[in-house]
Write a protein that binds this ligand. Structure first.
Ligand code: PLP
Length: 283
């Protein structure tokens, strides 16, 4: 595999793309990222991801990279040069290169790295049979609304899930579910969709925002509030959302099976609506 990737203004073969060892993304995880999904060679929810990137940069007082205004074009170019029909474009901005120091450098030029990933996202085993999750204590930092590359704890939680023979972990703080390792978490009880409200505790999912809008348009009731693992285990259905998983049902939580142990009708319907609407709006 030798993709064409984008690094600081240049399209390069991936094996020739380089970033300095003094880059603060590498030394301090001083970096933010976004993942835009690609379906039929088109970008999903680009405007939402761009807006969240701008917000993440602002919250961290990080300058915009030089190519900020060309991001749509670069996304499209990577899709086209790498023939991506289905998958995603990963984008990372770091504060740039400076001698190692805890203080933010004054005049560093932000680093911009982008690459494509080709993979099936519509048809997946998880989509067909649903995911199993375990609960794990949420030990991440307190600004999860900023999409930083500090992904070590979510990776560890994912490994705990794998070691337990399941697909993912739901993170729990003060007795309440925050979100999944890389997705937002929902339960459904008596037709009502329940998900944690937005705060610094969770990432403000772009997929979440669209799903809640589509649910409201379909006259479904949405309640944004905290829920516990016990409440989730007694729910009729559960699901997660993310740019790459869309809506994926959760059928088992800490060993307790939900409903009949397969994706329920509301999660299934929301997934259909999401894929249909995103496909229409893709650019
Ligand atoms: N929560 C976390 C911790 C995530 O990492 C992600 C996606 O990467 C999400 C939620 C879902 O966000 P989005 O729908 O914007 O992909």
């Amino acid at each position: 595999m030798n993709r064409t990737v984008f690094v600081n203004g240049e399209y390069l073969p991936e094996d020739q793309a380089k970033v300095s060892i003094f880059d603060r993304g590498f030394l301090m995880a001083d970096a933010v990222y976004e993942v835009v999904s690609v379906m039929d060679g088109k970008l999903l929810e680009f405007a939402g991801h761009l807006k969240r990137l701008e917000r993440s940069l602002g919250e961290l007082n990080m300058a915009k990279p030089k190519d900020f205004d060309n991001l749509l074009e670069i996304h499209r170019e990577l899709v086209s040069r790498n023939n991506v029909l289905e998958g995603g474009i990963y984008l990372q901005v770091t504060r740039g290169v400076a001698d190692r120091d805890f203080e933010f450098p004054k005049n560093a030029e932000p680093t911009l790295v982008m690459f494509s990933q080709q993979r099936p996202i519509i048809e997946s085993i998880a989509a067909a049979s649903g995911m199993k999750v375990i609960s794990v204590e949420d030990q991440r930092w307190g600004r999860r609304d900023i999409k930083t590359v500090q992904l070590l704890y979510p990776s560890m939680a994912k490994m705990m899930a794998k070691a337990a023979g399941v697909d993912d972990a739901w993170l729990v703080e003060d007795g309440f579910v925050t979100e999944g390792t890389s997705n937002n978490a929902y339960i459904i009880k008596n037709g009502k969709i329940i998900t944690r409200s937005l705060s610094h505790d969770i990432l403000h999912g772009i997929t979440r925002s669209s799903i809640l809008r589509y649910a409201a348009e379909a006259q479904m009731v949405v309640e944004e509030r905290n829920f516990t693992i016990a409440e989730a285990q007694n729910a009729d259905e559960a699901f997660i959302s993310s740019a790459s998983a869309f809506v994926t049902a959760v059928v088992q939580i800490d060993g307790a099976t939900l409903g009949e142990g397969k994706p329920g009708p509301i999660a299934h319907r929301l997934r259909e609506i999401y894929i249909e609407e995103s496909r229409k709006a893709a650019i």
